[in-house]
Design a binder for this molecule. Structure first.
Ligand code: ADP
Ligand code: ZN
Length: 520
């Protein structure tokens, strides 16, 4: 259906755009008719417009709930530049400033008011706005309501009070998180009434998925960055410690980068975010804390140095790449040890129920890593956006795994594990196979075992890949209690005794050109 001409005129007039993006016009028409809405659009899809345009048309106030002060400020600055009167109320302001805003609200001088959920749900605030002509509540980043997500904000769960206090005012919830449970949470907790649901395709076809084995992570990332010259990128790690370590390494290697995590001073974080947005800082090495509110269209890649906890957060994070629609890449360096470390961390959660749910979600994440089918298909199917077509823009589609008879190489690995008395982890076994003498190997006398150096002819990445597959297929197990030492399983016997032909996927890294210079 063609959007109403008057809406299009307003879009041009206020925002200077000549057409609506997919879904915007429908959502706007629905909310203007007073209906609750749930808007699911990927990051960069243009969610804000769904309430900003109505706000310019209503003869009253639109209240926007937003989780971050920096986000509010950006939006208010942007609107003000466009001649739309907007303001925010947050904890950084004095009482006098807040009073002033309330006066301007009462005088009809403000169309959009941004406010943090903690503030909005306070009794005095609800009373303060009760007499104002409010026309719409827009709840941005509505997934913060779900306690299973990493963006969980307790105050979001109080927002159900809006429907109780203002039953006749439409509520619009907006999020980029497609997860099915979160959707349900939002609808229920906010008490949306017969909402219009706009579910955009979550596909971001310009983002290429590339997964690769991590075997010398720092060097791999460094060479990746160098091959992409001046491209802006974000590198995610799972701990502050790793963020510091990696950014120091990259900095010392002459890369223009900065660290970002929740342990840094507010000013430093603001400085990094600003510098990145303005292209002064090329690369940010960060934890999940870096994300909400980054409005930078030309991020050319998002790299995961360590695995995220869920597919939702993974997808949200890579969604920060290529918002300008130009080719971008999501690089994921996978390491079996990172995965077992994360599992251990999750299992240690004191809330057993929660640990169980998180483990399931992480399992989905690791299944994605292990997938031999189109990555995009795996993700979109996960988000219940069912698709049968291969994308042609992921490592699997571009380079389908071929199988090879791996019986002999598997025997080398398994017998090496046996010879070193099942005491070494993946790294150690690879070092022994490749015949490298280290103090640790000498200490154990493992340079004398018969399998020492048997795998010299292949790169470390090759062996990592083979071992990873042997773990996935159940021939080897990592003993978490013993520093991830590799143990032979019952199934290993039939391979060792050559009773079984073993087919494995050809190690992927062998064929990914940008790693080759790093493979010793
Ligand atoms: P989201 O909140 O979904 O991540 P934004 O609302 O920040 O995305 O929008 C992303 C960008 O798209 C912004 O720069 C915005 O101005 C722009 N945009 C939104 N709607 C349109 C449109 N109809 N035509 C062109 N650009 C648009
Ligand atoms: Zn694909």
């Amino acid at each position: 259906m063609a959007p109403q001409a008057s809406l299009l005129d307003s879009l041009k007039h206020h925002f200077g755009y000549t057409s609506f993006r997919d879904g915007q016009a429908d959502v706007i028409e629905q909310v203007m008719s007073g209906r609750d809405c749930l808007v699911l659009m990927p990051t960069g899809g243009g969610k804000s417009m769904c309430y900003q345009l109505p706000a310019t048309l209503f003869d009253g106030i639109t209240i926007v709930v937003s989780p971050l002060i920096s986000l509010m400020k950006d939006q208010v600055d942007g609107l003000t530049r466009q001649g739309i009167s907007a303001a925010f109320v947050n904890s950084s302001q004095s009482q006098a400033e807040v009073n002033d805003i309330f006066q301007r609200l009462a005088a009809g001088q403000i169309r959009l008011l941004y406010v943090a959920p903690e503030r909005l749900t306070q009794h005095y605030f609800l009373q303060g706005i009760a007499s104002l002509p409010i026309r719409l509540f827009a709840i941005d980043e509505a997934h913060c309501i779900s306690q299973w997500g990493h963006d969980f904000r307790r105050a979001y769960t109080q927002l159900g009070c809006l429907k109780r206090h203002f039953p006749h005012i439409p509520v619009m919830a907006l999020t980029a998180t497609a997860d099915v449970t979160t959707r349900k949470d939002i609808l229920e907790q906010l008490g949306l009434h017969n909402p219009y649901v706009h579910l955009d395709s979550f596909d971001r076809p310009n983002i290429r998925f590339t997964l690769a084995e991590k075997y010398n992570g720092q060097k791999q990332i460094l060479s990746y960055i160098k091959q992409r010259k001046d491209d802006a990128g974000i590198i995610y790690c799972s701990s502050r410690w790793q963020v510091e370590k990696l950014s120091k390494f990259l900095g010392a290697s002459g890369i223009n980068c900065a660290a970002y995590h929740a342990g840094l001073e507010t000013e430093i974080r603001a400085y990094v975010q600003d510098g990145f947005t303005k292209d002064n800082i090329q690369i940010v090495v960060a934890t999940v804390a870096f994300g909400l509110g980054i409005n930078k269209p030309n991020v050319r890649y998002v790299a995961h140095f360590e695995p995220p906890r869920t597919i939702e957060s993974y997808y949200q994070e890579i969604g920060r790449a290529g918002r300008d629609g130009l080719p971008a890449e999501a690089l994921f360096l996978c390491d079996e040890q990172d995965i077992s470390r994360m599992k251990k961390r999750i299992a240690e959660h004191e809330d057993e129920q929660r640990a169980k749910v998180e483990m399931q979600r992480f399992q989905a994440m690791t299944d994605f890593v292990d997938a031999q089918t189109c990555r995009r298909q795996v993700v979109l199917n996960y988000f219940a956006e069912f698709t049968k077509t291969r994308c042609g823009n992921c490592d699997i589609c571009l380079d389908p795994p071929s199988e090879f008879d791996a019986t002999e190489v598997a025997q080398k690995v398994l017998s090496c594990v046996y010879r070193i008395e099942q005491k070494g982890d993946v790294q150690y076994v690879v070092t022994v196979l490749r015949g490298q003498v280290t103090p640790l190997i000498q200490k154990h006398g493992h340079e004398k075992v018969s399998t020492f150096g048997l795998g010299k002819d292949k790169t470390p990445s090759y062996w990592f890949s083979v071992i990873r597959q042997l773990i996935h297929l159940g021939y080897l197990q990592q003993d978490i209690a013993q520093h991830s030492a590799l143990k032979l399983t019952e199934a290993a016997r039939s391979v060792l005794t050559a009773q079984e032909t073993l087919m494995l996927a050809s190690p992927r890294l062998q064929r990914a050109s940008y790693w080759q210079q790093n493979t010793a």
